[in-house]
Design a protein around this ligand. Structure first.
Ligand SMILES: [Zn+2]
Length: 271
């Protein structure tokens, strides 16, 4: 089984001491490629650095998360555009709207989102999107860019069935995390993941966050890692009533097409 983790925050400080071991465990668990999420100016620089150190295995996104929208200056815009010249940066984002926490004022969030969608238009790169409690504004802003932006994934989708259908109708891809494996808050998602077309269903750990609660035994440190991606695909397959190998193969093909990733080198080439 070959899997692609489309969202891992490998620049997070919790990976600073053992990233090579984390990547080895991921490969041993069938994760052949990972996209490192860039979610701030500094984080995007760092994501590129990490991707460059692991060519063919790691790729990166560059963007400013709505939490950091207040750092979205003209200088930040120019810096992001410069980062996007790098081939290892395969998507614009993480960007979007988060009215759940409101860490940045909403007008600033909307502006930073629009500026990054424009980068998407100008670079023709796919979009890695974040949305929480802002569904209406999110779709409205994206709608203004319809026909100009490339493919877009709504990462870590946790919304309602009606919201899911609106995202699908608009043509977006859906990213599913270990939220699905949470028996306390993921149950509604289990009911509706079967509505997502296989060629628009992407999987992600969002490591180090969202450790799947189906991991047994739960590691005491609670850090999520790409090697646990298998738990998400297994839960997805159960909920979609299809063989795990089918879910895995379809999501890997969808991810490779979405980010235009090269075919992964076989694991044995490492030795
Ligand atoms: Zn996010």
């Amino acid at each position: 089984m070959e899997l692609i983790d489309i969202g891992a925050n490998l620049g997070h400080e919790s990976f600073a001491h053992d990233l090579p071991a984390v990547l080895d465990r991921a490969r041993a668990a069938g994760v052949v490629q990972m996209v490192v999420t860039g979610a701030s100016r500094e984080g995007s620089r760092q994501a590129l650095e990490i991707a460059r150190a692991h060519p063919g295995l790691l790729f990166a996104t560059a963007g400013v998360h709505p939490h950091h929208a207040s750092e979205y200056t003209e200088e930040a815009d120019a810096e992001l555009r410069a980062l996007h010249a790098a081939a290892e940066i395969v998507a614009v984002g993480e960007c979007g709207l988060d009215y759940h926490r409101d860490f940045s004022p909403r007008p600033m969030q909307r502006r930073a989102f629009e500026r990054q969608l424009q980068i998407g238009v100008d670079t023709a790169k796919p979009l890695f999107l974040h949305q929480r409690d802002a569904h209406e504004d999110f779709l409205a802003i994206l709608g203004n860019f319809a026909g100009r932006i490339g493919p877009a994934v709504v990462h870590c989708f946790t919304g309602t069935e009606a919201q899911l259908r609106e995202c699908l109708d608009a043509g977006y891809y859906i990213g599913i995390t270990g939220w699905l494996c949470d028996e306390r808050r993921g149950l509604h998602l289990r009911e509706m993941v079967r509505f997502i077309p296989a060629d628009r269903l992407l999987i992600e750990t969002d490591a180090p966050y969202l450790l799947p609660r189906t991991v047994r035994p739960l590691p005491s440190h609670r850090r999520n890692e790409p090697m646990y991606l298998r738990h998400i695909v297994e839960e997805l397959a159960r909920d979609r009533h299809e063989p795990v190998a089918q879910t895995a193969a379809a999501s890997t093909a969808a991810a490779r097409g979405f980010f235009r990733l090269p075919v992964a080198r076989a694991a044995f080439e490492k030795q």
